[in-house]
Unconditional design. Structure first.
Length: 392
């Protein structure tokens, strides 16, 4: 596959009139106008003149519950659920993601983890985003900050249950969200980190001292900053204050215009190190589906109106109907920053957080050919996952 005559967004610059050649699913060559007009590679099955378009790295979403009518938890019984999610998000520029679970009874959570691993081993059909692993959002959270998680099912950190989930995950668990102030979760952070798991603080009301101790133990991530956590207070900065100040923490932001006010998104980009911001969707099964009140998340009824998903009973935000292409557009609009300065938050930053930056997150020779073509208005024109075009 050979894309030519595009604006190619490289890690350190934008290559105007650039060409990208991919072979065997990886980026094999990157050429600029200074290299002359490269001849068509002999083994290129597809040549595309992308004049006027921008070629950017594929988006990496580390927080996806569902989309296109399917939920990650459905993987326990439905072998096609993950594939439907993967295909839906690929059409919106996401080329890899973490399948994210919800708080659920232990046996249901175990079965969902096994189902996701089964889907990963089988492989998503061509045209779908790659599943890089699992994000366990719960069940070891603070019920007072449950958000859309079922408070009746939230429970104290259980070492045996976590070990069982890791074992069933067979190395696929890459990210775990927990509340460090609850039970002995704080004492278990180091063990998770040592197993190669990124530990995230979320659904929590930890004070600043507890956050400091969590960072020292190995926590390096914050789940959907500002949401399902204690707010910033001038006498107790808590999670939000630490997240903005401590370089050890990468923060998730949901840029759907509902979860975080546009001005607050702009504030985060102004005060937080840019390489420590990761845009996520927190998308649920209702993403890409019509408005209505027949949806569920974590077993709880959800209503969607004008793209906003809430729990029917409490009115709490229930994940989102966001896609990464819209998150990009809105982040650019909210912050006023150029595309090149926002892109890392959807690409290399999240990839680095889950240890996938060796093959994902940037356009470099040797990395996977996960590429997205954007129009001048940042609309996704075409997506490639490991060099395979995603057909709508």
């Amino acid at each position: 596959m050979w894309i030519r005559n595009a604006n190619v967004y490289l890690p350190d610059r934008v290559l105007t009139g650039g060409s990208v050649y991919a072979a065997g699913g990886r980026i094999a060559r990157i050429c600029g106008p200074e290299d002359g007009s490269p001849a068509k590679p002999d083994d290129a099955d597809e040549v595309w003149d992308a004049e006027g378009l921008s070629i950017v790295p594929g988006f990496v979403d580390v927080h996806v519950h569902g989309g296109g009518g399917a939920d990650v938890m459905d993987a326990a019984d439905d072998d096609e659920a993950i594939g439907r999610i993967a295909r839906f998000h690929a059409l919106h520029g996401t080329t890899s993601f973490l399948a994210t679970t919800m708080t659920a009874p232990r046996n249901e959570l175990e079965r969902a983890v096994v189902g996701v691993v089964r889907a990963m081993e089988r492989g998503v059909a061509a045209g779908g985003a790659e599943v890089l692993g699992l994000h366990l959002e719960g069940p070891f959270l603070n019920p007072r900050r449950c958000g859309a998680q079922n408070p009746a099912l939230i429970r104290p950190f259980d070492r045996d249950e976590m070990e069982d989930l890791l074992a069933r995950g067979r190395g696929a668990v890459r990210l775990v969200t927990l509340a460090p102030e609850c039970g002995d979760a704080l004492r278990r952070i180091g063990a998770l980190r040592d197993r190669g798991v990124t530990v995230s603080i979320g659904h929590s009301e930890a004070d600043s001292e507890t956050v400091r101790r969590a960072i020292e133990a190995g926590a390096s991530h914050v789940t959907h900053l500002f949401n399902a956590m204690n707010p910033l207070h001038h006498r107790e900065p808590g999670i939000v204050g630490a997240a903005l100040l401590r370089d050890e923490l990468t923060v998730e932001l949901i840029c759907d215009g509902f979860h975080v006010h546009p001005d607050v998104v702009k504030l985060v980009f102004a005060v937080k190190r840019r390489d420590k911001i990761a845009l996520v969707t927190d998308a649920i099964a209702a993403a890409g589906m019509p408005d209505g009140d027949g949806y569920r998340l974590g077993g709880l009824p959800v209503a969607v109106k004008e793209g906003k998903a809430v729990l029917r009973d409490s009115g709490n935000l229930a994940g989102s109907c966001l896609t990464m292409d819209r998150a990009l557009k809105q982040a650019v609009a909210f912050t006023g920053l150029p595309l090149a300065e926002v892109l890392p938050a959807l690409t290399i930053n999240p990839a680095r957080q889950i240890g996938a930056d060796d093959c994902k997150g940037s356009i470099e020779v040797g990395k996977d050919a996960d590429l997205v073509a954007l129009g001048p208005d940042l609309t996704v024109v075409r997506t490639y996952v490991k060099g395979v075009r995603v057909d709508g």
